[in-house]
Design a protein around this ligand. Structure first.
Ligand code: SAH
Length: 407
């Protein structure tokens, strides 16, 4: 097999040796062998010694994504072995949550399969091909997944902006097997949720917040049980999407949940999800609004909640947007602090990879200082464990949050 060779500049091999999966154009001295974009290439140091093997895309700033640091061929058997390893890595999660039917099976770089995301929703799989290298292999990957997991079908949701950076346009549709029903019911921690894998956000649902939703239920249970002054446990679920956190709040004994989101479709599905779990409609409100405006209004009216969840979309898509994102997070959290009852809780998140956990904590601290309130960190929060982070790839830890007790 004649393979393209990527030669790394002298002194730039350290991150590769340390198994960071990305090689930027600046680290590359030369490209030999005339590879075609998307091809598997061999990466060597400036003297020609083997460093790694991956796939190449000259259109992307990340020119090579590494698949292996061993001198082994990237064959169908290699992809099969790596998919099996990723799937096997979910055994711990499945063992602990035997009734759950939705799980992330492949978490891209963090499962050493850069650019590939695979989520399971009941009998269907959803695949995202985020890079040209995966785009080129996706049919074969879908065949392997059919063989390994025998799902009813595999639906592709590669309709994401990041593909533009790889010179790819968005695509979605059936990759293998049967087309999915318009809504699929999944079970998550004994709640039933309808997921729209064709038209919903990401692959249909925010699986990454699952453990934090379970924590919210616990917070509500404890609060309802131990707060003797409490008359009605009220929860504000900001950026509610299809109501996940709200369901868990009711499941934890909250009397009243206000779900706020800009998306009418998401709120309609949220309402359907509340009914599906047999929660009386008079325990919840579904408000279509811009959360920033809504919070300003609520603060002006002096509204108060026992527990607030604030789970906004990604504000910073790159390092250049961090400052503006920080202002957004500060404004949100300042208004959240104003609306928490003394002794209540704020669960606040950022899913911007470009905003580190440390920076996020500083932003929330800035908001607290302006609010004149006091708060304690009860827990540092992160993405669910079926979204593991490769230790060599800190970029994988994109979701960060704080559970705060506010006085
Ligand atoms: N907490 C949810 C996921 C939230 S995703 C869960 O656990 O499933 C972010 C949500 O924010 C999306 O549903 C999106 O429609 C909504 N959104 C984005 N910008 C908004 C804004 N300015 N005001 C209100 N909702 C917004």
């Amino acid at each position: 097999m004649s393979e393209g060779i990527i030669i790394i500049r002298k002194g730039r091999e350290k991150p590769i040796i340390q198994q960071h999966p990305w090689i930027f154009s600046g680290a590359i001295e030369a490209v030999r062998g005339g590879p075609t974009p998307g091809d598997i290439v061999t990466v060597t140091d400036h003297k020609g010694a083997f460093l790694a093997r991956g796939y190449w895309n000259p259109k992307s700033q990340i020119q090579v994504r590494i698949l292996t640091w061993q001198d082994e061929p990237i064959t169908g058997g290699w992809w099969r072995k790596m998919l099996k390893r990723a799937i096997k890595g979910r055994d711990r999660y499945i063992y602990l949550h035997t009734r759950d039917t939705a799980v992330r099976l492949v978490n891209a770089e963090n499962d050493f399969l850069p650019g590939l995301v695979v989520d399971r929703y009941g009998d269907w799989l959803v695949l995202q091909a985020l890079t040209l290298g995966i785009e080129r292999h996706k049919t074969m990957l879908a065949e392997l997944l059919m063989e390994l997991l025998a799902p009813a079908g595999i639906y592709e949701r590669s309709d994401v902006d990041v593909r533009g950076k790889e010179g790819l346009s968005p695509v979605s549709g059936v990759l293998a097997g049967q087309p999915p029903a318009s809504l699929l019911a999944i079970i998550e921690n004994d709640f039933t949720l309808q997921v729209d894998i064709v038209g919903g956000h990401k692959t249909g649902y925010y699986l990454d917040q699952r453990a934090n939703r379970a924590l919210l239920k616990e917070v509500c249970l404890e609060k309802a049980a131990s707060d003797t002054q409490l008359q009605q446990l009220c929860v504000l679920n900001l950026f509610s999407y299809t109501g996940g956190f709200g369901l868990y709040a009711l499941g934890g004994g909250a009397e009243w949940v206000v779900n706020v989101d800009a998306s009418r479709e998401a709120l309609e599905l949220a309402e359907a999800n509340f009914e599906l779990n047999r929660f009386s409609p008079d325990r919840a409100e579904f408000i279509q609004a811009d959360v920033f405006d809504y919070l300003h209004d609520q603060a002006a009216q002096g509204a108060l909640y026992d527990v607030i969840v604030c789970d906004p979309p990604k504000f910073a898509h790159n390092a250049g947007q961090v400052e503006r994102a920080a202002r957004g997070y500060k404004d949100l959290n300042l208004n959240c602090f104003k609306l928490v009852k003394p002794g209540g809780y704020l669960m606040t998140f950022s899913c911007s990879g470009a905003v580190s956990a440390d920076l996020f904590q500083k932003i929330v601290f800035g908001a607290l200082a302006d609010s004149g309130r006091q708060a304690q960190i009860v827990r540092h929060l992160a993405q669910a464990e079926d979204h593991p982070v490769a230790l060599t790839f800190p970029e994988g830890a994109y979701l960060k949050g704080l559970l705060l007790r506010v006085y």
